[in-house]
Design a protein around this ligand. Structure first.
Ligand SMILES: Nc1ncnc2c1ncn2[C@@H]1O[C@H](COP(=O)(O)OP(=O)(O)OP(=O)(O)O)[C@@H](O)[C@H]1O
Length: 258
């Protein structure tokens, strides 16, 4: 059985002016364990809605969503949160900006555990973390006692990534997590992401507008348009794709609407 399965998933929203918007329209796809899937699509295609359905931020109207063989579209939010790690486009999303890097990492480690546990800010743990952070060459090992809000965007995204993967999630969601970074930092963050995904054998789903990243890192590319998966490319085929091919595919979808 595939690791993630979307079976006939649909989601409608009520339009303020009346009527319904169909954000997900009978979406079907599956993701193999340990693989990376990129979702690309036109504006308003339903990419965020798909992520929100996975993380239980919204209820779907029909269909089924499975993670590791379990139906998650009806699971409690707290249970889903413990299974899925997410990194957002906005570097301050998902972290407590006024707390230090170390405090954020300790909180991430305690996520899903009983409330009321004291933070175990031991010196030993701090030096272990400093060791781990030094391998990213972003000077993070010297920033453990600095509030997250004072870090650069790239540094914050790496911390968010570490927080999202610390508990080895069953699924990692990357929501355009390099989009707000300058090109050099974006490349660096993407490479570190790839190292973590490989090292921890993480099943990953990423929304990206960087078509080159989809080609370079994905085992599967899903093309979403008006709430439907209109095409999918698998690894064998992706190797022969160029960014121009994907760009033209998206352009054709845009112009077919006009
Ligand atoms: N809470 C909501 N209420 C009403 N309509 C919504 C809601 N969330 C999403 N939509 C609509 O659903 C459609 C899909 O939106 P979604 O944000 O999922 O697309 P997207 O692919 O992430 O877009 P983009 O790349 O432009 O951010 C859009 O028409 C959007 O306006």
């Amino acid at each position: 059985m595939a690791h993630v399965i979307f079976k006939n998933v649909s989601k409608n929203f009520q339009r303020k002016t009346g009527g319904l918007i169909t954000s997900l329209d009978q979406v079907n796809f599956s993701i193999e364990e340990g693989s990376t899937t990129a979702i690309i699509g036109t504006n308003g295609a339903g990419k965020s809605t798909l992520f929100n359905a996975l993380t239980r931020q919204i209820d779907i109207n029909s269909g089924e969503i499975y993670l590791s063989g379990q139906r998650i579209d009806q699971m409690s939010l707290s249970k889903v949160v413990s299974k899925i790690g997410q990194v957002f486009q906005n570097p301050s999303h998902g972290t407590a900006p006024r707390m230090t890097v170390f405090e954020n990492l300790v909180l991430a480690e305690k996520r899903g555990e009983k409330r009321g546990l004291a933070l175990s800010l031991s010196k030993k743990k701090e030096s272990d973390l400093a060791n781990y952070l030094s391998k990213f060459h972003l000077d993070l090992e010297n920033r453990l006692d600095v509030p997250i809000e004072f870090l650069s965007g790239g540094q914050r995204q790496i911390i968010s990534l570490i927080m999202a993967t610390l508990k080895q999630p069953e699924l990692l969601l990357l929501d355009e997590h390099t989009a707000a970074l300058d090109p050099r930092t974006a490349r660096q963050v993407m490479e570190i992401t790839q190292t973590m995904v490989r090292d921890f054998h993480l099943t990953t789903l990423m929304i990206t507008h960087h078509l080159a990243d989809a080609i370079k890192y994905a085992d599967q590319i899903l093309v979403l348009h008006r709430g439907r998966i209109v095409n999918s490319h698998q690894r064998d085929e992706i190797t022969h794709l160029s960014t121009t091919d994907l760009y033209e595919e998206l352009e054709n979808l845009n112009t077919s609407e006009e």
